[in-house]
Design a protein around this ligand. Sequence first.
Ligand SMILES: Nc1ncnc2c1ncn2[C@@H]1O[C@H](COP(=O)(O)OP(=O)(O)OP(=O)(O)O)[C@@H](O)[C@H]1O
Ligand SMILES: Nc1ncnc2c1ncn2[C@@H]1O[C@H](COP(=O)(O)OP(=O)(O)OP(=O)(O)O)[C@@H](O)[C@H]1O
Ligand SMILES: [Mg+2]
Ligand SMILES: [Mg+2]
Lengths: 150, 150, 171, 171
Amino acid sequence: SRALFSEAFEAVNLNFKEVFQKLFGGGDCGMRLLDEEEILECGIDLYAQPPGKRLQNVMLLSGGEKALTVFALLIAIFMFRPSGFCVLDEVDAPLDDANVRRFGTLVEEMSNQTQFIIVTHNKRTMEMARALHGVTMEEPGVSKVISAQI
Amino acid sequence: SRALFSEAFEAVNLNFKEVFQKLFGGGDCGMRLLDEEEILECGIDLYAQPPGKRLQNVMLLSGGEKALTVFALLIAIFMFRPSGFCVLDEVDAPLDDANVRRFGTLVEEMSNQTQFIIVTHNKRTMEMARALHGVTMEEPGVSKVISAQI
Amino acid sequence: LQLEALELVGFKSFAGKTRVVFPERITAIIGPNGCGKSNLFDAIGWVLGEQSARSLRGQKMDEFIFGGTKKRKRSGLAEVKLHLKRTGEEPLFLSGVELDSEEVEISRRLYRSGESHYFVNQRRCRLMDVQRFLEDSGLGYAGYAMIAQGKIDSFLTAKPLDRRQIIEEAA
Amino acid sequence: LQLEALELVGFKSFAGKTRVVFPERITAIIGPNGCGKSNLFDAIGWVLGEQSARSLRGQKMDEFIFGGTKKRKRSGLAEVKLHLKRTGEEPLFLSGVELDSEEVEISRRLYRSGESHYFVNQRRCRLMDVQRFLEDSGLGYAGYAMIAQGKIDSFLTAKPLDRRQIIEEAA
Ligand SMILES: Nc1ncnc2c1ncn2[C@@H]1O[C@H](COP(=O)(O)OP(=O)(O)OP(=O)(O)O)[C@@H](O)[C@H]1O
Ligand SMILES: Nc1ncnc2c1ncn2[C@@H]1O[C@H](COP(=O)(O)OP(=O)(O)OP(=O)(O)O)[C@@H](O)[C@H]1O
Ligand SMILES: [Mg+2]
Ligand SMILES: [Mg+2]
């Protein structure tokens, strides 16, 4: 229904802005409905403005900026429908050191309410974890887990 | 024409296998024509077998394995139509340390014939470069280059 | 509900019995390319009834069952068990019966025949019972809680109308 | 031909005069997200006549001209110059005339009006002359020499028929 969709849209947009500003250290962003008349039928575009830059369609941002913006949106949706745990697979791959650091701060902040399981190749992200599981394939084609806790 | 396409296809497939084996430290791979009858009209699929694993469609490989396999193919095409220089933008992003190391070895080997310009966030890849250009945006929205040579 | 441990056998590249614990607020899964990290991710989604996780990577049923290597025979079945612990005080019901244990165990099995079995606290039930149970216990939205490798890229390349679906489903 | 230096002004986020040298066999371009590295990549492709590099990111002509910020006015034109050095002995011809210098300079200018100018060794010429010249000097396949951010992903998600195009063009 129209009301349900609008409510979800507005709530997610608020979360989106809040999370984006934490990940980028400022700036602005928002989802836009492509047709204000047909909100139950139209598509959605994303607009983002990293600090100091102009607001533009997310497609015009850099590789890392796009990835971080969409991650902010997906987390915003999770916050609207939370579930006590969150599993991330290599979301930090295209990020530079400063963005990885802010990503880590957000995860640590959210971890009071949410349990995180994070697949990563990034050393900084690994440092934030309190338990580490190493997956190996010593025997080709067969995975094993070696666990370590910190 | 049929002959031109076949010739290119075979030559690229040979390079593909050679480069793949250097990047993966072994294994096998190949492009396959989806319709042997209609080679001027049919699509192409990629098959790859990292060392110790079974030959399968590239889509069934892991994120990093897929990326490295397609990179091998794009380099194979470059080798078929070389141009004295090669520019790469963050192709090493999804790779683990061992794969980044083999990627670096391939670039160093090819650099005798080919000049490389590589955009990267990866420390190991940076170490291989003999000149480094840092791009910054101190003034928001305005890029500047700070050059350093090693 | 919070996650305590994951057990799997015969699931994708995890041929042998494997156990992974989650005793902390933040757990990292690390390892080289192709070693099985995303397969572990898939196992969590799969046992929670997610059918679509990475369904691009081969749609056949036995995509999930260990397919064998030169040295190891393929498995006849894939099984994943997720151990959870209750954090709240509210009662949890499964098909109308109240669960009184603090520990909750959800299992999913897939045989090569295509037959699927589901279990909650070792009691056999249907997929819809598991899904209903998960919804009631606040885990019904596992889809939003899991960001798969490549999900961000596919969202970016998706048409505006496909993107809207993600909000629609949450609404 | 080998690359010696790249000069640009008013091109994308490079508002001011910028010079980047390539004295070595392997040069790395580094910096934080969004600082302009891929824009430098684009500049190289653009001056070599590549029209399609990252054309997903906005198809308008002024995608390439510095668009201005709160503190800086937008530019009226974008200019990129690529300095190359000859490595071989064979003669190089531009529109039938032999070039005898060891240094080769290729320039491309784009005005907000949409007007485009091309120069080889400071001699104005048409795009097709530049492209012809590049083909003759072994740089005609710059498209295969440049792997853009996201090209690998889009190749993976491309349909088999689109993938074939890449081989067809090379044949
Ligand atoms: N049913 C199956 N049986 C056996 N092996 C499988 C099965 N399904 C997937 N695999 C194997 O699992 C491997 C992929 O594992 P996965 O995608 O988890 O890697 P990863 O650790 O996430 O790597 P990356 O860091 O590159 O993302 C592949 O080699 C694939 O062949
Ligand atoms: N015509 C233009 N005028 C002004 N700024 C522009 C123009 N075109 C692109 N930009 C800006 O350039 C920036 C993108 O730069 P680029 O894609 O080169 O980043 P990058 O260094 O490659 O980052 P990443 O590491 O995330 O890939 C964006 O902030 C974008 O707004
Ligand atoms: Mg993976
Ligand atoms: Mg970039």
